[in-house]
Design a protein around this ligand. Structure first.
Ligand SMILES: [Zn+2]
Length: 276
């Protein structure tokens, strides 16, 4: 009973063969699943997203750092909210992939996909992201030119920041609004100024190229799906709340930070809370 008879071996092999062919068919079907494309003008260069073309009148308040701040915060030289409502420009020719009020931590966001020719001759793609916008002036699927207004500088949702533009350039076309799923490194992102400076002026090629679209995941963890929220009745009575121990308060503050609120961190929160 511990060894298989020739007949059962052959049955098992047949079953495995069958399983593999089903799997192969499955993969083939996935492969056939049509990748959707749009087109875009090949970029003739990448300008700065404010004070076009070279960022005159603006400075980077907070720069790019892998595993930290994944973009650049652009502020007007005037300081405070003096730059609120200033135009934000598409860094290059491209097609709009995302234009939405994403709420939590982000507010109005526009993402544009650009095709450009690398020095090697190869056509490559990048996504540029414009966050915390006061208004968005482009729609998904729209073709935009370098220097075209895509929105204005804002303060983010519920005016949670001093007015600034949060600006990213991604080389991984899957990221979209799911930064938590991909490495927060140079394998996913470009340092925006480095990329723009090294691609400021590209050879003019009046040519449209095919651009892959629908590469973002559909799920959207921060999305507020309800338009109206039931607010519990509030009383003017002062309520006495139990005091939260300082270390727990610290962990809560850290873990509710939008940047670090990932499933991995949720586990470490549990561990931190229950560690002696
Ligand atoms: Zn930022």
């Amino acid at each position: 009973m511990f060894c298989l008879s020739p007949r059962s071996v052959s049955l098992r092999q047949q079953w495995l063969r069958c399983l593999f062919s089903v799997l192969a068919l499955g993969f083939a079907a996935t492969g056939l699943h049509a990748q959707s494309y749009s087109t875009a003008m090949l970029a003739d260069g990448f300008d700065y997203p404010v004070g076009k073309p070279g960022g005159a009148g603006y400075y980077v308040y907070r720069g790019f750092s892998p595993n930290g701040h994944l973009g650049e915060d652009w502020n007007g030289n005037g300081g405070g909210n003096t730059d609120e409502g200033d135009p934000v420009y598409s860094t290059a020719h491209g097609v709009v992939l995302f234009s939405e009020d994403y709420r939590k931590g982000w507010g109005n966001v526009v993402i544009i996909r650009h095709a450009y020719r690398e020095k090697t001759g190869q056509i490559a793609f990048v996504d540029s992201l414009y966050g915390h916008l006061k208004v968005r002036s482009v729609k998904v699927g729209q073709q935009v030119a370098r220097g075209q207004v895509v929105g204005t500088i804002g303060c983010g949702p519920y005016r949670m920041y001093a007015a600034h533009l949060h600006y990213e350039i991604r080389k991984d076309l899957r990221v979209g609004m799911r930064r938590d799923l991909y490495p927060k490194t140079y394998s996913t992102y470009h340092s925006p100024r480095y990329f723009m400076d090294s691609h400021r002026s590209l050879r003019m090629e009046s040519r449209r190229v095919r651009v892959p679209i629908n590469t973002f995941l559909k799920s959207n963890p921060n999305r507020v799906t309800t338009s109206t929220i039931d607010v519990p009745e509030l009383t003017t009575r002062t309520t006495v709340r139990p005091k939260v121990p300082e270390n727990v308060q610290g962990v809560i503050q850290e873990e509710t930070n939008i940047e670090s609120a990932t499933p991995k961190k949720a586990k470490s929160l549990f561990e931190k809370l229950f560690k002696p």
